[in-house]
Write a protein that binds this ligand. Structure first.
Ligand code: SF4
Ligand code: SF4
Length: 464
């Protein structure tokens, strides 16, 4: 691990460029209430793998007592950035902001070359911020899902020929829709009665039937339009039947969450600046259907603090909402269908809800999705024990730290097995894919679904 020479080092290890603020680091009172909330501490039982321990390490860097050794960086890398520690912290330590600023300094000022890291950084820099490139990758993966290639890939995975990261990535990839079915414009073929789509220079505008109740803008994330287009389509349709005008700015871009988690601060800030400009048009709420993206949008004001875009970025942050909050706030009409158990139409559909970390801990949204689910006819909502414990997905964590990610997954699926639902609902696609892969590997017959999917089935009908 390379570190700056002592002669170039200021009082602490951090330089002045975007360092974690000392006063924030000093807010930790070492009470330890966060320890049992932390997934890595629960698994590893070591202080440096706890929030308190990691803060102590960051403070050591800030005070110049230590330098970023391989061991220190490993403890920071093991953090899922799940923010469960923030939920329980009585001192209000802004843990995630401190971690991400620290990772930014380490990423920028130390050399950490490995093939996997280089490939990951390249994807974060050169692929995710470009919708066209993400679509291209999705099309390639779709080819690999066709019968001959899919069988070869499966056989190679089973024989251990593929590197673990690749085998796991392929196992998590959802069935990819044909290119023609992916664009948001395809919603025009299935708009609710009386609604219409308008294509303007600045993007798409969907008008609801009758008098509009308000105006919202939709952020569609980097991977959803390619890998989960039907979810975005259903989101627009639900917002329309709630009476909302939905604007989708053409200039929107990736939220930058994965870049920020990885310490790519300049990239995350550049994306935040572009989104700030794209969503400056005055929509009342900026809606996200991905918990990780929604959390990043809410952090935009903090990320761009002190920049020329700071004021507009704060406006974006204060208007960012999860789709469940917006639908619960405005209300939906009576559902058209009653849902039921897959094996017996006379029995209710047993649903449990997994709190995605970046919805529950980062955005503090817990009740809205549950309220929407409870209101669906035929749904029996059963509480999942430790519903807000991380499933281990955490962006690309399940690829970069597969053993620790699997340890969280095992705990999550054990709890799912306790309540034996037909469906596990979550509001983050990464959680759903990660849990789906784990459930299939265990032979569990349980469907994973986004809250929007169940709402769409009840309100818009099959196939919506
Ligand atoms: S709960 Fe907060 S104040 Fe207490 S040890 Fe953890 S981070 Fe520090
Ligand atoms: S963000 Fe999550 S994994 Fe990281 S220290 Fe906090 S609770 Fe632990």
């Amino acid at each position: 691990m390379d570190t700056p020479t002592p002669s170039t080092r200021p009082a602490g290890w951090f330089d002045a460029d975007d360092a974690p603020p000392g006063p924030d680091l000093a807010t930790c009172i070492h009470c330890g209430l966060c320890l049992t909330a932390c997934p890595t501490y629960r698994t590893l039982k070591t202080e440096p793998d706890s929030p308190r321990g990691r803060l102590y390490l960051m403070r050591g860097l800030a005070e110049g007592r230590i330098a970023p050794s391989d061991a220190l960086v490993t403890h920071l890398d093991r953090c899922l950035d799940c923010r469960a520690c923030e939920t329980v912290c009585p001192a209000g330590v802004p843990y995630s902001q401190l971690l991400e600023a620290t990772r930014g300094q380490i990423e920028r000022r130390t050399r950490r070359a490995s093939l996997a890291r280089l490939a990951g950084t390249w994807a974060l820099r050169a692929v995710l911020p470009h919708r066209g490139r993400v679509q291209w990758v999705a099309s390639l993966l779709r080819l690999s899902q066709a019968p001959p290639l899919a069988a070869i890939a499966r056989a190679m995975s089973e024989r251990g020929v593929l590197p673990r990261v690749m085998a796991q990535g392929l196992a998590m990839t959802p069935a990819i829709a044909p290119r023609a079915a992916r664009p948001l414009e395809a919603v025009a073929r299935a708009l609710p009665a009386g609604a219409r789509m308008e294509s303007r220079a600045g993007g798409l505008v969907f008008h609801p039937a009758g008098t509009r109740r308000d105006v919202v803008a939709l952020h569609t994330s980097c991977v959803m339009p390619a890998f989960f287009p039907a979810l975005d389509h259903a989101t627009v349709q639900l917002l329309l039947i709630a009476g909302l005008e939905v604007r989708v700015p053409a200039a929107r871009t990736c939220c930058g969450a994965l870049q920020a988690h990885a310490g790519l601060r300049a990239e995350a800030k550049a994306l935040a600046t572009r989104n700030t400009a794209a969503f400056a048009d005055g929509a009342t709420f900026i809606v996200s259907n991905s918990a990780g993206c929604g959390a990043a949008l809410r952090e935009t004001g903090h990320l761009l603090h002190g920049s020329p875009a700071a004021e507009a970025a704060t406006s974006l942050s204060t208007r960012a909402r999860d789709v469940s909050e917006v639908l619960a706030h405005f209300g939906l009409p009576e559902p058209a269908r009653t849902l039921h158990a897959p094996e017996d139409p006379a029995r209710p559909l047993r649903v449990t809800y997994h709190d995605a970390c970046h919805l529950a801990h980062a955005q503090r949204v817990r009740e809205a999705p549950r309220r929407l689910l409870r209101a669906l006819p035929g749904v029996e909502l059963v509480e999942l024990p430790d519903a807000d414990w991380c499933c281990g997905s955490a962006g690309t964590y399940n690829l970069s730290q597969p053993d620790l990610a699997d340890a969280q997954l095992v705990g999550k699926l054990d709890r799912v097995a306790q309540v034996a639902p037909h469906v596990v609902v979550a509001s983050n696609p990464g959680c759903l894919l990660h849990m789906q892969r784990g459930a299939e590997a265990r032979g569990m017959r349980v469907r994973q679904a986004h809250v929007v999917e169940l709402l769409a089935e009840a309100h818009l009908g099959a196939g919506h």
